[in-house]
Write a protein that binds this ligand. Structure first.
Ligand code: ADP
Ligand code: MG
Length: 730
């Protein structure tokens, strides 16, 4: 029997790897930051004054760009891109599955007489028709309209990657329905801008625009390319479907505090340089809790740009990783038994006057503004926890949420001792008047507490939605997700909440209540109503599960059921009233997400079955045969009587292995049957539930027996790199 040299060879390869050092173009980041972006500097240089102002107006005021201007912009953009070596252009967009999509066209165009020119005009800039049939549309296109198109989004600047000019676009059907992540996000940002601006008017007439900000933190695993190719499950599904937990996991947390390995550091430096060139303000890098797990975070930006930058960063990371012979695992749970990966979304609201609306200020008056946004956000989370839960649902994230890992599937908000105390005080204040006591409270005693302490003392790592001093941190977002989904929902529910708040306060004011008193009274009501969503304790604990149930909070552990909320009447009303998604768009999204779930579990299940049958069972049988030969040999040499004792161990092993082999075979066959049944179901929701309840559990059982065999079979024969090798070889 040939030994599975792939595994041994892979480890040898990893140990032999050279570090690839690429120096940044300059030690000063400002020398190359944004050099591959068609930013204001580039526009000033390459656009006429008229075209430059047309773009600025489009970005800042949403004014449409005329066709004539678009021609001028296109021509300038082309000149700029050519100066960066670009020969092609592409409309870059974010379809509902996959990360980003692009179709490259050359600027080059043949003309008569065998000559050619480089052409790129306004029409090509503004609108394109990708081969839409291959992108998911949840039935919108096939039923209602055959084709979709991409449309230029001037609010996100064009950039050059390699030899291509990439133009950020939205992707919509001919009937105007969103087929991507960006269009609803832009609508949600608009909705929250309008709602928040009008609430700000109570306090400050200078506020005319409110922009949501987003600072994401991207976690990921790295795996060497040789190990990656030796693990078909990781190649095909992004996670290890098999593998016994290593003797050493992350208990020591020595990775978290350790220095970044040299080869990884070289990779980080190169992908950061590429990201910085693209104007992604990456700033921090460090090891994460699990071995071979890392994190990268930028300075926060306006949410639309931050979303694009995250998608772009994931793309850049993958490309640069290949040059370093690594693969990036963005999956939420590549390895059972060690920490999974998330993508914390730090979110706040910023005004055109430069104020962060979620930052507590020094005076009670200013803090009423802070409190208004703070309490309304909590109220929104309480009222729409299920929608927030759905926004982060996915097959990968199911392994994190509620699996005793950050964060739980129960949505709750952590606000810290200090603010809890303040809200409790406000709750007692039935009159809604600013009593001297309350004024002191509203000062938040900030004079006495250094701001740093206020930011950092109250950290609760187990909360899915935590206030961290001057922003909320939505921690339940999965590492592979497009932040747009979570950001669309969060901004939409806050927009709807602020609109309701405005109406209620106005009603009181109309009845003659003083403004501040009206605001305090409504806030007080909200504090009372939304109290159940506030939780300061350990989110992983069993007590919290019970307590949350008592409070009437949902705990939806799996994706197919979490997605049900898309169809609820209240959801349709909410998204309709804010103008973010129509009923049809919601239905389409629901359909697409169910379908994506089914596909993921289906691929995992097939891969699991194949590996069990083609790798694990044959290896176990081969080893068993060796043992059988051994037993036979012992009998031959020692005689049946004496061999009894000597052969006891191999015989026991043979028996144990037989058991596991038999279970593996049976379970695999049963799983295939369950899949067949699920595949015959027409209705998407029922099919997804069948995959979740009937197919998925087999994978855990199969893994159990396979991992037992891994511990029994001679290490030399085992074909798949083991978890300890995946986690610790570098
Ligand atoms: P840490 O969580 O590591 O202590 P910070 O609290 O400074 O670090 O910030 C964490 C993340 O929050 C960073 O990615 C940062 O860009 C982001 N962030 C900070 N302020 C805001 C804000 N006002 N809006 C959105 N994101 C923010
Ligand atoms: Mg964080």
């Amino acid at each position: 029997m040939p030994t599975p040299h792939l595994r041994a060879k892979a480890i040898e390869d990893v140990l032999d790897r050279q570090v690839r050092h690429v120096e940044p173009p300059s030690q000063k980041i400002s020398d190359f930051y944004g050099e591959n972006v068609f930013n204001e500097d580039a526009m000033r240089k390459f656009l006429t004054e008229d075209a430059f102002y047309a773009v600025r107006q489009a970005v800042h005021e949403g004014v449409q760009i005329s066709r004539k201007m678009a021609d001028q912009v296109a021509s300038g953009m082309k000149e700029w891109a050519a100066s960066k070596g670009a020969t092609h252009y592409t409309h870059w967009f974010q379809p509902l599955t996959g990360l980003s999509a692009e179709k490259h066209d050359a600027f080059f165009e043949p003309i008569s007489g065998g000559r050619s020119i480089e052409r790129f005009d306004g029409a090509q800039l503004v609108q394109q028709e990708p081969d839409a049939s291959s992108f998911p549309s949840g039935g919108i296109r096939s039923t209602f309209e055959a084709r979709g198109y991409t449309a230029w989004d001037p609010s996100s600047p064009a950039f050059v990657i390699g030899r291509a000019l990439c133009i950020p676009t939205i992707f919509i059907s001919y009937t105007g329905e969103a087929l991507d992540y960006k269009m609803p996000l832009l609508r949600a940002l608009h909705a929250v801008d309008q709602a928040a601006t009008s609430v700000c008017q109570y306090f400050d007439k200078e506020v005319t625009k409110v922009t949501p900000t987003l600072g994401w933190e991207q976690e990921y695993f790295l795996i060497d390319e040789a190990l990656y190719y030796a693990r078909p499950d990781i190649m095909l599904t992004g996670r290890a479907l098999f593998g016994h937990a290593p003797a050493k996991g992350q208990q020591l947390e020595d990775h978290y505090f350790g220095s970044i390995p040299e080869r990884v550091l070289a990779f980080m430096r190169e992908f950061e340089t590429e990201s910085l060139r693209l104007g992604i303000p990456v700033k921090t890098r460090h090891n994460e809790v699990a071995p071979n797990q890392f994190e990268c975070a930028p300075v926060f930006e306006e949410a639309n740009l931050a979303v694009d930058h995250n998608v772009l960063l994931m793309d850049v990371m993958e490309k640069v990783a290949r040059k370093h012979r690594f693969r990036v695992l963005l999956h939420e749970k590549p390895y059972a038994g060690v920490n999974g990966s998330g993508k914390h979304n730090n979110w706040s609201l910023a005004t055109n006057t430069g104020r962060n609306l979620l930052k507590p200020m020094k005076t009670p008056k200013e803090n009423l503004l802070f409190l208004t946004f703070f309490v309304n956000t909590i109220k929104a989370i309480h009222a729409h926890a299920d929608i927030l839960r759905a926004s982060i649902a996915g097959a990968g994230n199911d392994h994190r949420l509620g699996a005793n890992e950050a964060p739980p599937a129960i949505i709750s908000a952590f606000i810290g001792l200090h603010l809890s105390h303040l809200l409790d005080e406000l709750e007692k204040n039935v009159s809604g008047k600013m009593t001297p006591d309350l004024k002191t409270e509203l000062k938040l005693n900030i004079g006495r507490i250094p701001p740093v302490l206020l930011d950092n003392t109250d950290r609760n790592r187990t909360s899915p939605f935590a206030f961290t001093g001057n922003k909320f941190e939505f921690r339940a977002v999965g590492s592979s997700a497009n932040c747009a989904n979570a950001m669309t929902v969060l901004n939409t529910i806050v927009a709807a909440q602020l609109n309701a708040f405005k109406q209620e306060v106005d009603r009181l004011i109309d009845k003659g209540t003083k403004k501040d008193e009206a605001i305090l009274r409504v806030l007080r009501e909200y504090i009372v109503v939304s109290k159940p969503i506030r939780f300061e304790g350990n989110g992983y604990s069993e007590e919290w599960r019970q307590e949350a149930a008592k409070r009437g909070l949902s705990n939806i552990p799996d994706t197919p059921r979490a997605l049900d909320v898309w169809q609820r009447k209240e959801t349709v009303e909410l998204f309709g009233a804010t103008g973010v998604l129509s009923a049809r768009e919601l239905a389409a999204r629901h359909e697409i997400e169910l379908h994506a779930y089914v596909l993921k579990i289906q691929i995992e299940s097939r891969t699991c079955g194949d590996l069990a049958q083609n790798h694990i069972i044959p290896t176990a049988i081969a080893y068993q045969n060796r043992l059988i030969e051994n037993v036979r040999g012992l009998r031959e040499v020692l005689g049946a009587d004496k061999a009894k004792k000597a052969a006891a161990t191999p015989v026991k092993l043979i028996e144990e292995m037989s058991e596991h082999i038999e279970r593996l075979k049976t379970l695999t066959d049963e799983m295939i049957e369950a899949r067949k049944k699920a595949n015959n179901i027409e209705d998407s929701r029922s099919k997804a539930v069948a995959y979740c309840d009937q197919v998925k559990p087999f994978m855990d059982q199969i893994r159990y027996h396979a991992d037992k065999l891994e511990m029994l079979v001679d290490d030399e024969l085992w074909p798949l790199p083991k978890l300890r090798e995946l986690l610790f070889t570098r």
